[in-house]
Ligand binder design. Structure first.
Ligand SMILES: [Zn+2]
Length: 245
């Protein structure tokens, strides 16, 4: 159940349409040439029970894609709509190929100039290794990927893996699908609406900060600094520093 289809070969996305445009398509789609991108089946504009606008197959015969949950559809809509409002070009169910020739499909791919950010919504249970492998595939494709993992209770295995800068994972609370929230900062008290989270992630309002307290591996490089007047190295000894001039 994607949010995008083709209209006479041109991309048409439900999240970018005004209310009037959507009503016009709902009214006139029988006379239009709407087709699904996945299998070329005729596309029908519909509204899910959660209120999400999407395009459905007239026939799924011959289609290899799996049906999506209403929550995934809703999450993709919110992400794509918020990214568009933040000035990014958003595309759902966007496919590509990594440098090794392996295909990928992003739930939502956001593009701004040369920067690409993918949002992956992981509602089904998934192993950490598979998520890490997908992340590596995106990295090889020069795409930064941010994962939204469904909140399942504090005992969920995937939630025990600490997120890191190279594999950012945020918990997504979908218990109230109309009010999906993302946990920022690792606590439920810091939940914010999904749309606000997407906007913040794409506009730089959020940045990655390591949790404290904790142990971190750091690299220290020692370089010789010269005194500006005589250009001789500055030397230090114990707690007191001294300069040789
Ligand atoms: Zn299809």
């Amino acid at each position: 159940m994607p949010l995008a289809c083709l209209n006479n070969g041109d991309l048409l996305t439900s999240f970018s349409l005004t209310d009037d445009q959507w009503v016009a398509i709902k009214t006139n789609y029988r006379g239009m040439n709407l087709s699904m991108r996945c299998c070329s089946s005729q596309a029908i504009p519909k509204v899910s029970s959660l209120g999400t606008r999407f395009f459905a197959h007239k026939s799924r015969a011959g289609c290899q894609t799996a049906p999506e949950s209403l929550e995934l559809l809703q999450a993709k809509f919110i992400i794509a709509e918020s990214a568009t409002a933040a000035g990014w070009q958003a595309s759902t169910e966007e496919s590509g190929i990594d440098p090794d020739g392996n295909p990928w499909i992003a739930d939502v791919l956001c593009t701004r100039r040369k920067t690409k950010v993918a949002f992956e919504v992981q509602l089904a249970a998934q192993s950490f290794d598979k998520i890490r492998a997908r992340q590596e595939q995106y990295r090889r494709s020069d795409i930064r990927c941010l994962w939204l993992i469904k909140l399942r209770g504090r005992g969920s295995p995937i939630q025990s893996y600490p997120p890191c800068r190279d594999l950012p994972m945020v918990l997504l609370d979908v218990r109230e699908p109309a009010k999906m929230t993302a946990e920022v900062g690792g606590s439920r008290e810091a939940s914010i609406p999904l749309a606000d989270f997407v906007k913040g992630a794409l506009t730089g309002e959020f940045f990655w900060a390591e949790t404290r307290p904790g142990r971190m591996e750091v690299k220290i490089q020692i370089a010789s600094i010269t005194y500006w007047r005589c250009h001789l190295p500055i030397r230090s000894s114990g707690d007191t520093s001294s300069m040789t001039t």
